[in-house]
Design a protein around this ligand. Structure first.
Ligand SMILES: Nc1ncnc2c1ncn2[C@@H]1O[C@H](COP(=O)(O)OP(=O)(O)OP(=O)(O)O)[C@@H](O)[C@H]1O
Length: 619
């Protein structure tokens, strides 16, 4: 039987009767119960328990007054975990949700139990049932849609009211009034000013995850490798990275799947260029949507996921990010309402590449920081190391505690081999020769230490494929750098082999010098990613150089640049593209070649080359 429920506020006006199918009605009731009824009763208990609290006291100040001494930051963090920021600042329970309320009451009652003044067992048991129901409904779709859960909750809440009566020896009239209010709410299931939230949460629960899955599935599940047009399945070649916790928990090494075990809401993951930050977020996203067909336990506490890239220059607000994720839903519910609803759920926000932040994306990131700190959301932000300080400052200015961790380089030979094996297996299948790993394990130890980032190991795969005979000859970093350069040269030559021009090798050398000059110029300002405009400037300079060589009409500089630079299209598919060298070390190799050439051909000093003004970006 279908249930008809009026839902206000959708598309800004009263939506005519929305016929909620049975499943939807069940989901709606469960959200309504856990987001409205449970907090209402728990807030009533908090008010009773905190009867001695001054209006202007925060819950932290109140708890400190009760115990007679301030909490150290560690004590506070350990006791109040994910709710500690909210309880540190809030002065009344109106904005606390079930998680925060349970945490507060648990701590208040623990004190009472310590004093031996009251038996809190019954009360805690009843509260725990309510909290567990909330978590079950929020984290497990089968439970979200199960109408029995709403019945269980209403029973649990009525029992909690009765327990409260006994616990505080409340006057019967007060309890009856509360019971009646609860029963009325249960019967009506509507809190007019809030109903759009529950409705939207219900829609998100039924279709949100799938909408986002469809959005990311095709974009993220495969990757085109550099130096070739080969596609690999991300999950098939993904190497599970390890992270080292910094700051407080310093030194602990954890698998990436344990990041959400830290109690801070915000997790900053740093890593050098090519360490695998973006790949890690893409992998988490794919796992979240169970594309990997395995149960991903560490993601089970979350019911939605939002992925945002700091290099995005076109998405101006968080609501727009949300609209992009839930396009269908936003076509009949205002995107601002979808965002409001989302902030009531347990969402992971993945923010990639803080080091590439720009004016537009910084507004979105600031919105995420400001809007998620008091919700049940978790935020993971990746960045290259030189931006960690700046990010930490922004977070602390916004009263946000964060955990910082660093992607560990693959230092051990066994890990490097495991990484390479995945790629070799993927390409060779059961016929793989093992040559890649064999060749790597025979490398000189010092040379091997160059290949500690995924990107460098990938580079090794390509070098091994193109020049297997050269690898045993490597003795220094310079040998490797020279072969990397040669690899680029070989790849470009294969693209222009049909040209009639006689001195193709010389042409490539000249083009690479132009690119090297640009690489150096960008390195001087630590710029590792270039906008389309900057790309056009480099291309203009390269084409200018091409024109100076007589007899070339069939080659465009884009051919050279397409081999050397990696194109980054925004995850969202909207906004401008950006370009980087495949790795900072590759950018350095090109810049280095340019410097050496300048010294050899013009006898310029290194200082004059580095201070050169004629290679400004206004080519
Ligand atoms: N865990 C991994 N398993 C397998 N391959 C990986 C892994 N991490 C990274 N790679 C490979 O290395 C390449 C570079 O990684 P990625 O772009 O994620 O690095 P990054 O740290 O985000 O770099 P940047 O700071 O330059 O953006 C990827 O395109 C992918 O091919």
């Amino acid at each position: 039987m279908a249930t008809t429920t009026q839902v206000a506020g959708t598309s800004g006006s009263l939506l005519s009767s929305v016929d909620l199918a049975d499943e939807m009605a069940g989901i709606y009731s469960n959200f309504f119960g856990n987001m409205y009824l449970s907090p209402k009763i728990m807030r009533f208990i908090v008010r009773k328990e905190c009867h001695g609290k001054a209006i202007d006291e925060t819950y932290r100040q109140y708890m400190e007054r009760l115990r007679g001494s301030p909490f150290s930051n560690k004590e506070w963090k350990d006791a109040f975990r994910i709710s500690r920021n909210v309880l540190q600042t809030d002065r009344n329970p109106d904005n606390l949700d079930v998680t925060d309320l349970f945490c507060l009451l648990e701590n208040l009652f623990a004190r009472a139990a310590d004093n031996g003044t009251r038996d809190i067992t019954g009360m805690m048991n009843k509260l725990r049932v309510v909290k567990d129901l909330r978590n079950e409904v929020m984290h497990n779709m089968a439970a979200t849609a199960d109408p029995q859960k709403f019945s269980d909750l209403t029973t649990a809440l009525l029992e909690l009211v009765r327990e409260t009566e006994l616990f505080y020896s409340l006057p019967q009239a007060e309890v009856e009034a509360l019971e009646k209010e609860l029963q009325d709410d249960i019967d009506r299931r509507l809190a007019p000013e809030k109903q759009v939230i529950y409705y939207t949460c219900s829609r998100l629960a039924t279709s949100g995850k799938n909408a986002v899955r469809i959005l990311w599935e095709t974009r993220l599940s495969s990757e085109v490798l550099m130096f070739s047009n080969e596609k690999v399945h991300r999950q098939a070649v993904f190497h599970p990275l390890e992270l080292m916790l910094k700051l407080g928990a310093s030194g602990n090494v954890i698998p990436y799947t344990e990041i959400f075990q830290v109690c801070e809401k915000f997790i900053v993951i740093s890593g050098v260029a090519g360490a695998g930050k973006t790949t890690l977020l893409k992998n988490i996203t794919l796992q979240f949507f169970e594309l990997q067909q395995v149960k991903v336990k560490y993601l089970q506490p979350f019911n939605q996921l939002i992925l945002f890239e700091c290099r995005d220059r076109s998405t101006k607000t968080l609501s727009e990010v949300i609209e992009h994720h839930f396009e269908d839903l936003c076509s009949n519910i205002r995107k601002e309402n979808v965002l409001r609803a989302l902030l009531h759920l347990d969402v992971i926000f993945l923010i990639d590449g803080f080091d590439e932040i720009n004016k537009v994306s910084s507004n979105v990131v600031m919105e995420i920081i400001k809007k998620t700190w008091r919700s049940n959301c978790r935020v993971v932000i990746t960045t290259r190391p030189h931006f960690v300080k700046q990010l930490a400052l922004i977070l602390s200015k916004n009263d946000i505690c964060h955990t910082e961790c660093e992607i560990l380089p693959l230092i051990k030979l066994e890990n490097q081999l495991k990484f390479l094996e995945r790629y070799e297996e993927y390409h060779g299948g059961s016929n793989r020769s093992g040559e890649l790993c064999r060749s790597f394990s025979l490398l000189d130890k010092n040379v091997r230490s160059l290949f500690t980032e995924p990107l460098n190991l990938l580079l090794f795969c390509h070098l091994c494929r193109h020049f297997p005979e050269k690898i045993p000859l490597w003795q220094t970093f310079a040998d490797v750098a020279s072969d990397i350069f040669l690899l680029y040269k070989t790849l470009v030559l294969t693209k222009i082999v049909d040209s009639n021009y006689i001195n193709l090798e010389g042409l490539v050398d000249d083009q690479f010098l132009c690119i090297g000059a640009a690489a150096l110029d960008f390195l001087k300002s630590n710029t590792l990613s270039f906008s389309e405009e900057e790309f056009r400037s480099i291309k203009k300079m390269c084409n200018f150089q091409l024109k100076s060589a007589e007899g070339i009409s069939d080659i465009d500089a884009e051919i050279f640049l397409s081999v050397v630079l990696k194109v980054h299209r925004p995850f969202s598919g909207k906004g401008g593209i950006t370009y980087t060298f495949h790795h900072k070390s590759v950018q350095e190799i090109f810049a280095g070649k340019y410097i050496v050439q300048r010294i050899l051909s013009c006898n310029d000093s290194i200082n004059s080359i580095l201070g050169l003004t004629s290679i400004k970006r206004n080519w």
